[in-house]
Design a protein around this ligand. Structure first.
Ligand code: GCU
Length: 414
């Protein structure tokens, strides 16, 4: 009897390993096309299958991205080049106004930092959307406090009173923005708050989706608008000759991890997608049914995705697609996934195996990859492009350790 109890952990391990293997084996094949045939050439992948997957996610998950060509964009300088961080960096703040065909406007506060150095083709740059406004990232009182309402379902709303950011929100998310380290490593960063593109709340999002974007929230979820927002920040990079438009990495955490993956799949100007703890409908495999389920996400945040996606509620294990399809659409560009050990809602192992599956597409395209074959331990990382992954200790967040690994990966891209 005693022996059996002793063996329970071993049996459990065996069971989980087999369960994981079975799960991985039954993942929908990324190479099987809609017509039932298998992709048989690299060209067929790029010209047919990849497009088919993006079309599927457009129709059945996220909806159309707003069409950028119908908008006018103007930049107004809010803070001219200012020497900061003891003279190591230059910061500026710009207000991007986007005007639609009806003359309606939205304004986005953009904060830019780059090293105070000379460089030939501009600095490699991280493009970031964050949760509570630029003033939450840096406590400097010169940072413009975002005037767009902050109505996110995110629990950490320090200093946001009646849905508006106050001076008490200055620096509350500084831990997510190790700007000095970025500068010391030779990187520029362009940041803006996602809520300026569309609010993170059902009723308000529905209104902005219709009035400003001319879209129906049933057909297009807010993730598509946040994804479109990343592309508007990339437009800014293209307008600033201090920044290198051929070295752009886009960073998003959690709901913005989902958005940055969708953005990067759609916008080939983004050279690296840094997808941090994106979880359900991001990089996490749904079929493993670990952590957040599609139904849970859809019931709390129905406006993130389109109405068609609700068909998959309760069907996680029976899906005919899974998130490795979306990750694979990054090939041949770079994709990096960050996870935290205790963030089980995101199923870190499921995100790792999603990337492992996507790796097959890179290999099919004759691109060498270097991910380990087994899931890694907390504190370990694999930062050789084009597919990178790390697992840090701790919980759901975006921390210096995540950024250290992002920089390691970015440094490895020549
Ligand atoms: C919730 C949600 C997740 C999401 C996260 C976030 O936990 O269920 O899907 O990623 O919020 O954006 O912080």
């Amino acid at each position: 009897m005693k022996n059996i109890f002793k063996r329970i952990p071993l049996l459990l391990l065996l069971f989980t390993t087999i369960a994981n293997a079975v799960c991985q084996n039954s993942l929908p094949d990324v190479f099987s096309m809609k017509n039932g045939r298998k992709v048989n050439s690299q060209r067929e992948w790029s010209e047919k299958r990849r497009k088919e997957i993006i079309q599927f996610y457009t129709d059945s998950v996220f909806g159309l991205l707003p069409n950028a060509t119908k908008y006018k964009q103007e930049y107004e300088v809010y803070e001219k080049e200012t020497l900061v961080l003891g003279g190591k960096a230059i910061r500026k703040q710009v207000i991007l106004t986007i005007t639609n065909l009806k003359g309606n406007k939205i304004a986005i506060d953009i904060m830019v930092y780059y090293p105070n150095k000379k460089i030939k083709n501009g600095f490699p740059v991280f493009v970031l959307q964050e949760f509570l406004g630029n003033q939450s990232l840096v406590s400097d009182t010169l940072i413009k406090i975002i005037s767009t309402p902050i109505i996110t379902g995110n629990p950490e709303k320090k200093g946001i009173i009646n849905n508006l950011a106050t001076s008490a929100s200055r620096g509350v998310y500084a831990r997510r923005f190790p700007v000095e380290m970025l500068i010391d490593s030779g990187y520029a960063v362009v940041a803006a708050c996602f809520q300026a593109f569309i609010p993170d709340a059902a009723q308000e999002a529905k209104k902005v989706m219709a009035d400003f974007y001319g879209l129906n929230i049933e057909q297009t979820g807010t993730v598509s608008v946040w994804a479109w927002g990343y592309s508007r920040l990339v437009d800014y990079v293209y307008s600033d000759n201090k920044l290198n438009k051929y070295r752009i990495g886009a960073v998003g955490h959690s709901r913005l991890g989902k958005s940055v993956l969708w953005a990067s799949v759609n916008d080939s100007r983004i050279g690296i997608a840094f997808v941090n703890e994106s979880g359900c409908t991001g990089a996490k495999l749904s079929k493993r049914a670990k952590g957040e389920t599609i139904e849970k996400m859809n019931s709390v945040f129905p406006y993130w995705t389109n109405a068609n996606y609700k068909r998959y509620n309760g069907k996680d294990t029976a899906l005919a697609f899974d998130q490795h399809w979306l990750v694979a659409c990054m090939a041949p560009r770079n994709v990096y996934i960050g996870n935290a050990e205790d963030d089980l809602w995101c199923d870190p192992e499921g995100e790792f195996f999603s990337l492992k599956e996507a790796e097959k597409v890179y290999n099919f395209l004759n691109i060498k990859t270097s991910l380990p074959s087994d899931f890694i331990k907390a504190g370990q990382f694999s930062v050789t492009p084009p597919c990178g992954y790390h697992l840090r200790k701790g919980n759901h967040d975006l921390l210096t350790e995540d950024w250290i690994n992002f920089i390691r990966f970015f440094n490895n891209i020549k």
